[in-house]
Design a protein around this ligand. Structure first.
Ligand SMILES: Cc1cc2nc3c(=O)[nH]c(=O)nc-3n(C[C@H](O)[C@H](O)[C@H](O)COP(=O)(O)OP(=O)(O)OC[C@H]3O[C@@H](n4cnc5c(N)ncnc54)[C@H](O)[C@@H]3O)c2cc1C
Length: 414
């Protein structure tokens, strides 16, 4: 039987697969490994490159960046994707807040400030524009999260903050600590009660307390409420270095929704080639545990994450190759054109915008501008026409194009 295949388990593949599953197409999602969800802050960043709000950027992008994926699918479709995502997170009782009208400014684990468009409600009280003194609290056992350092950097930017360390109760001592170890401890109400009491003592006159984003995997909202009750202050999460607990929550949320809607997820399957005729992809080959598997397909969504996700490979000779279906890549003709001379060049580095060019239906285009496969749509960081790192639009582009590609392949969008 011919199936619907999604390649890639990042935000774009998960959103696309869910959309296809909800249309009744029972997609099979194949991925080499986890997507960037497990590495990232867990926020959805739609646009943060300039003074424009995400809303304004979406409205004007077809003039400023006509080949941008937002311009191809249209601002209205991006907004629909965001609404669908918001509803999904609410249904899963892990709601995202914020909106296109204005980015929220959140502290990072380095005490810098970064814009985010949608954020889990567990991070909301961290918006530095809300005002009020902060305490940043952490644990000496958790590497790469240093409360005094974060607080000093925030204070230097005019945000009153103080850093404190908390003590792990003896019953919870472990040999090793990671973000996930802490998240499991915060799932336990006994641990939370003890930490909440320490926070009450430590907070002084501060009205809000920032903690590393490890406040539970099972019920983070319950954990935040518990800590707020015990401490008497508002509590918020600050993203940590990987593995990202908010990203893992997001992945689990999508996985549950996808499986409930009739989709399947097969992580550990590297897609190595495709075969087709008459501008239709008919077969996809994947490889797992030293065995190749043939999938006869009706339609496919390619969401392999570009260079960072393993969907595009580059080498020292200047070759740029798409790893799953060997689709044509739009990139500078030779290696000398990949990078700008300055690291922080305002125009960005051309190689970051390399990817698969598509038409407005997200179908891949060849060098001649013709559609390569009619039954394939491309989504996420593998798309050309956007330097999402410089634009601070990566997760926004992935979410919106994943949704659009799923709708297009399901025949729900013309
Ligand atoms: C460290 C880090 C921090 C980031 N921080 C932020 C941030 O703060 N804000 C933000 O907006 N974005 C951030 N991003 C970027 C962003 O979250 C993602 O890169 C973006 O959402 C891309 O998602 P994607 O679905 O296109 O691809 P990815 O999430 O990269 O997923 C690609 C998927 O494709 C699979 N794959 C690749 N090739 C193959 C193949 N041949 N066969 C089978 N499977 C394959 C991979 O295994 C993976 O499952 C960050 C990324 C990283 C790496």
């Amino acid at each position: 039987m011919r199936t619907t295949i999604v390649i890639g388990a990042g935000l774009s593949g998960l959103m696309g697969a869910l959309t296809l599953a909800e249309a009744g197409l029972r997609p099979l999602l194949l991925a080499k490994g986890q997507g960037a969800t497990h590495w990232t802050a867990g926020t959805i960043d739609v646009w943060g490159a300039d003074e424009r709000t995400p809303y304004e950027a979406l409205r004007t992008i077809s003039e400023s960046h006509p080949a941008h994926p937002y311009a191809l699918i249209g601002a209205g479709v991006v907004e629909e994707a965001i609404e669908r995502f918001r509803a999904l997170t609410e249904a899963a009782r892990y709601p995202y807040v914020g909106g296109l009208e204005r980015n929220v400014l959140l502290p990072t684990a380095a005490g810098a400030l970064r814009p985010a468009t949608l954020l889990p409600v567990t991070m909301a009280a961290g918006d530095v524009r809300l005002g009020g003194d902060m305490v940043i609290a952490g644990f000496r056992e958790l590497r790469d999260f240093y409360p005094p350092f974060i607080a000093a950097n925030l204070s230097a930017q005019g945000i009153a903050a103080r850093g404190v360390y908390l003590t792990i109760p003896p019953a919870f001592h472990r040999r090793e600590y990671t973000t996930v170890t802490f998240a499991r401890m915060f799932d336990d109400p006994t641990f939370r009660s003890d930490i909440g009491r320490q926070l009450r003592v430590q907070r002084g006159t501060a009205t809000r307390i920032g903690l590393p984003a490890v406040l539970g995997l099972r019920d983070p909202l319950g954990a935040v409420a518990h800590l707020q009750n015990e401490s008497g202050a508002q509590v918020f999460e600050i993203p940590t270095l990987p593995p990202s607990v908010p990203g893992m929550r997001l992945f689990a949320l999508f996985q549950n929704a996808l499986e409930q809607a009739g989709g399947r997820l097969q992580i550990g399957s590297d897609v190595i080639r495709g075969e087709g005729a008459n501008r239709r992809l008919t077969v996809v080959w994947s490889e797992a545990a030293a065995r190749q598997q043939e999938h006869r397909i009706e339609r496919a969504l390619l969401a392999t994450g570009g260079i960072a996700g393993g969907g595009i490979r580059t080498d020292h000779t200047g070759t740029v190759r798409e790893t799953a279906l060997d689709l044509p890549i739009r990139a500078p003709a030779n290696r000398a054109g990949w990078f700008a001379p300055r690291f922080l060049d305002p125009q960005g580095h051309a190689i970051y915008a390399a990817g698969i060019a598509t038409d407005a239906h997200l179908r891949p285009l060849g060098a001649d501008g013709e559609v390569v496969y009619e039954n394939v749509a491309v989504a996420g960081a593998t798309l050309a026409g956007t330097d999402t790192v410089r634009e601070r639009s990566r997760s926004g582009v992935s979410l919106a194009t994943g949704w659009a590609a799923g709708r297009i392949l399901a025949g729900l969008m013309s």
